[in-house]
Design a protein. Sequence first.
Length: 191
Amino acid sequence: MLTLYDAPRCPYCARVRIALAEKGVEFEAVEIDLSDRPAWIYEKNSTGRVPVVEEDGWILPESAVIMEYLEERYPEPPLLGADPAERARARLWIFRHDDFTSPYYALRRGQDGAEEAFAKQLRALDAELEAHPWLSGSEYGLADIAYVPWVLRARDMLGVDLTPYPAVSEWLDRLLERPAVAEEEHVVAAL
Ligand SMILES: N[C@@H](CCC(=O)N[C@@H](CS)C(=O)NCC(=O)O)C(=O)O
């Protein structure tokens, strides 16, 4: 049985929760209190951060790497498209996620200029999603899973209005039709 060291409020953990749910992988969640982390979490991950997964005594941190691991370990249903170009695009989105998440965290901290910086990222996302339904192109997958936790938290926790970004709003609606993502909406509502 796979173990996920988890925190409900952590969007990086949300990536892993969604990927596990999409693949129908049973797992045991061990909730880590981020404001009072147990010392032993550093033995699982030297940075002390979650998510971390453990399977048969083998340990893996870092959400982007965990998503790729899950894709290889549990290939069905696939969350990376069959087309190499779409796979590369998914990886590019994930590689560059800081461009999106840094302004999100700046906004959460109430930093000057953060509202505009995050709006710029949402405009860029909107333009992409106007051109094709999913971030990597024609198929839903890891890139969408990698971004949706922050978009949901921006909408539901930071009060960001998504109506000026119709393609993002429609993308989010399509994502929320998926039980794996809808469950995250409930997690965020309970925070
Ligand atoms: N690069 C890591 C980031 C994980 C991360 O920052 N997790 C946060 C919770 S959302 C954490 O554990 N923070 C505790 C800390 O930074 O000390 C990943 O993608 O998994």
